[in-house]
Design a protein around this ligand. Structure first.
Ligand code: AMP
Length: 589
């Protein structure tokens, strides 16, 4: 008996799970499906998008529909057109072997006549956004007096968007004895109030922590001065060459402005907000989905329901007014089993909000520093080296090789490499050589104080290091305690870290001739030194000068950060102790 069969699914649905390659139920499915199939109950389910919640209500709903009747028996209400279409698409896949089932999607921004016609042809399940549903009820086209199952999906988002009255109105047209299944990522008091008002003795299931954000998302904040917000955003983008992100702004105006500035500075960016026409929004989303856009600058409302699985970073350009909204923002990354980072640019006056958000997501933020201009140059250069190493030679270049050889053939290998790299390096270097320090020292943050040296090391995420495991590994090998080693930044195939001045000699000696799993480990001091009192090595360039153009990466990496470092024992490891655990209190990178 398959795992899905054990939940009580019928043969046509089991066939669909096999067709779709679902091997085993997700947690929310394992909890919800048997419950909903076996009993006529109301349900409150706390589950994020990406947990398989659509199937958790979709399979039982489809199985319970009487396809012989043309009456509308199931109604699903969702906050956005995107989500509405996505649910409809999923339900059609789940019911591909169920004959005679009609699912109709009704949502704003499309012809109401077409949707009315679809409804008149009969729909046992309607998937709707609140506004359009109300409209169609008003026109007498949508008849929901026989509805037996009503699903409120992403209830917290619907309430955030001000749909309470619409939902109340829609539900007033449904029978009292229907079952209501409410799905929500968070449980603010407004959702609890809806559950109380519209539901009878609901069963409750929770996936992961109540009110918590996705577990695979790391949360970071960067303390900056409010006037440097845009410069800081660019540094985050430049320090992450493979970034594929949603940048959240508070207003439509800021969204448009930031997107325009990014485009002008050569980034693959676009704005997504409510002042765009539906057509424009569809085009932007299409470009984003196909990775043509690396930075999608969006308002909270417009970004609702964005269902793109491989978003690497969410950047909170500004924090939302309602801190609950942060959960929705960060939930756009860390989907479909991938890890993600939610970054917040925060000014001193907003820092207390971080504490409040930590309470909601039940996770700690990492206090991080923006990379310096020179660190970014280094990252970009090494990224280019990595890209060149991984690029297959294109056979179509062959006819042009003689001409290229004629102009470049006289240079020796090293000169040629230096010249090629200078093309990329000079653009970043010229922009960043006078870049100012953007980090605002945090009270009690030791890294902002004493003298330290920043090092490069040729291991990174590719070697299954996360910043925490690399930090533990280095501290263990170097025998550095407490805060003597910090600012560990793990990139693809390399990383950076800082040590306080007294440890510098030991770093150099330890890694002079060091192998790890038979591989030579290279550790070098970077050019930049941090001085007490923010002594700047580089002068402030403000935003003058053209930003070097970041290019869209050819391929994004899955970013699997494995914390297993048990075999990362170097030749010079003297302690023999196992590196310490990675959980617990806030740590300085
Ligand atoms: P959702 O949380 O409903 O948005 O689902 C996220 C994605 O996971 C969708 O693309 C589903 O098709 C997929 N999915 C749902 N259930 C399973 C499962 N049991 N195994 C694998 N993928 C699933």
């Amino acid at each position: 008996m398959s795992a899905f069969e054990a939940l009580g699914l019928s043969a046509p649905l089991l066939q669909a799970t096999a067709d779709m390659g679902f091997e085993k139920p997700t947690e929310v499915q394992a909890k919800a499906i048997p419950l909903l199939l076996e009993s006529e109950t109301d349900l409150v389910a706390l589950a994020q998008t990406g947990t398989g919640k659509t199937a958790a209500f979709g399979f039982p709903l489809i199985q319970k529909i009487n396809v012989k009747s043309r009456n509308t028996q199931g109604l699903i209400i969702a906050p956005t057109r995107e989500l509405c279409l996505q649910i409809t698409h999923e339900l059609r896949s789940y019911s591909q072997h169920v004959k005679g089932l009609h699912i109709v999607a009704v949502y704003g921004g499309a012809s109401v006549q077409g949707q009315a016609k679809d409804l008149k042809n009969g729909a046992q399940i309607i998937v709707a956004t609140p506004g359009r549903m109300k409209d169609l009820i008003g026109r007498g086209v949508a008849v929901i007096k026989n509805v037996e199952y009503c699903v409120l999906d992403e209830a917290d988002e619907m309430l955030n968007m001000g749909f309470y009255e619409d939902i109340k109105e829609i539900l007033s047209h449904t029978p009292n004895d229907k079952s209501t299944w409410l799905f929500s990522a968070t449980m603010p008091k407004e959702v609890a109030a809806i559950a109380k008002k519209f539901m009878h003795d609901p069963q409750e299931i929770t996936v992961g922590n109540k009110n918590s954000g996705a577990q695979r998302v790391d949360h970071e904040y960067y303390l900056i001065s409010a006037r440097d917000r845009y410069l800081a955003l660019k540094r985050l983008a430049d320090a992450n060459p493979n970034i594929f992100s949603v940048v959240f702004c508070r207003t439509k105006r800021d969204t448009q402005k930031v997107a325009e500035m990014l485009i002008e500075d050569g980034y693959n960016a676009a704005a997504l907000h409510g002042d765009l026409s539906q057509n424009q929004r569809d085009l932007v989303m299409k470009s984003f989905r196909t990775n043509q856009i690396q930075m999608l600058v969006a308002t909270d409302v417009a970004a609702r329901g964005i269902d793109v699985d491989d978003i690497t970073h969410v950047i909170n350009y500004q924090l939302p007014d309602e801190i609950e909204t942060y959960t929705h923002r960060s939930g756009r990354t860390g989907r479909a089993g991938k890890s993600g980072i939610s970054m917040v640019l925060v000014s001193k006056s907003e820092i207390r909000k971080i504490k409040a958000i930590e309470k909601i997501i039940q996770k700690e933020f990492k206090a991080k520093s923006l990379p310096t201009g020179m660190e970014i140059c280094e990252i970009q250069l090494l990224h280019l080296a990595e890209k060149i190493e991984q690029t297959d030679v294109n056979a179509e270049i062959e006819p042009y090789v003689p001409a290229i050889m004629e102009s470049l053939g006289a240079f020796d290998q090293e000169t040629l490499i230096k010249k090629i790299f200078s093309v990329e390096f000079s653009r970043f270097f010229n922009y960043y050589k006078n870049a100012k320090e953007l980090n605002v020292p945090e009270v009690g943050n030791v890294s902002a104080g004493g003298n330290s040296t920043r090092f490069f090391i040729n291991v990174g995420a590719k070697d299954d290091f996360s910043w925490m495991t690399l930090k533990d590994f280095l501290k263990d090998i170097l025998q550095i305690k407490d805060d003597g080693l910090f600012k560990v930044d793990v990139k693809g195939s390399f990383s950076f870290f800082n040590v306080e001045e007294p440890h510098v000699k030991r770093v150099l000696e330890t890694f002079e001739d060091f192998t790890l799993d038979g591989r030579r480990i290279v550790v070098e001091a970077t050019t930049e030194k941090r001085r007490k009192g923010g002594g700047k090595r580089f002068k402030d360039s403000g935003s003058k000068g053209k930003q070097p153009r970041t290019r869209k990466s050819d391929k994004r990496r899955g970013g699997k950060f494995n914390d297993d470092f048990s075999n990362k024992r170097g030749r010079k490891n003297r302690s023999g102790n196992k590196p310490k655990g990675t959980g617990g209190k806030r740590r300085r990178r």
